[in-house]
Design a protein around this ligand. Structure first.
Ligand code: 5GP
Length: 201
């Protein structure tokens, strides 16, 4: 079986996670790596440019709660008043196939996945300076001032809570951030716990 990795990428809203993950996927494809990007389910509204089933599975509260009750989610969280969760079945299938499984989820979700799978690797993505977050969030122009302020407050809490993450990835340029994540993948593959079978001679 290939050496699959459960890779959690968290970071405050506005850190550029979406862009970094999109470029990471291009690189993984170029490297012929088997990967799966977990598509989350959410009750939040669909932003312009998003597609149902690609960006997220957009759903309503009742359906989300029904899936949760059936234990169909690996983790879930309420963020900015909306539900977000990771569908269990496709992720479990990708683990079994030994793929690199990418999770773009918040710190709460990252913690829940790590409790469930202690071998999961956690990366916290940040911009070079905190002040850039606010600038990027306003630049999107898609949300009310209240929601933006709330996202910034959440980001402060996330910075404080990120200390138990394994790696900090700085999104100075997208390419540099992607190279740092690829370096993490390579280092994790070399860990004793993953390579121990090679020592039984
Ligand atoms: P956004 O509304 O900007 O797309 O996402 C808001 C936050 O929710 C981001 O930090 C994102 O990583 C997180 N998020 C997205 N999907 C999930 C999920 O399935 N579970 C959890 N816990 N967080 C998620």
């Amino acid at each position: 079986m290939a050496d699959g990795i459960k890779l959690i990428i968290s970071g405050p809203s506005g850190a550029g996670k979406g862009t970094v993950i999109a470029r990471l996927i291009e690189r993984l494809e170029a490297l012929s790596e088997a990967y799966y990007l977990s598509i989350s389910m959410t009750t939040r509204y669909m932003r312009e440019g998003e597609t149902d089933g690609v960006s997220y599975y957009f759903t309503d509260k009742a359906k989300f709660e029904a899936l949760l009750a059936q234990k169909g989610l690996l983790e879930h969280n309420v963020y900015n008043g909306e539900y977000y969760g990771t569908p269990a079945a496709p992720a479990e299938e990708a683990f079994a196939a030994g793929k690199i499984v990418l999770f773009d989820i918040d710190i709460n979700g990252g913690r829940q996945i790590r409790e469930r799978y202690p071998d999961a690797v956690t990366c916290f993505l940040i911009p070079p300076a905190f002040s850039q977050l606010e600038k990027r969030l306003r630049g999107r122009g898609t949300e009310s001032e209240d929601k933006i302020r709330h996202r910034i407050d959440i980001a402060r809490g996330e910075y404080a809570a990120a200390a138990d993450y394994d790696y900090v990835i700085v999104n100075d340029t997208i390419d540099d951030a992607v190279e740092e994540i690829l370096a993490v993948v390579m280092a994790e593959r070399c860990r004793m716990c993953r390579r121990k079978p090679l020592l039984s001679i």
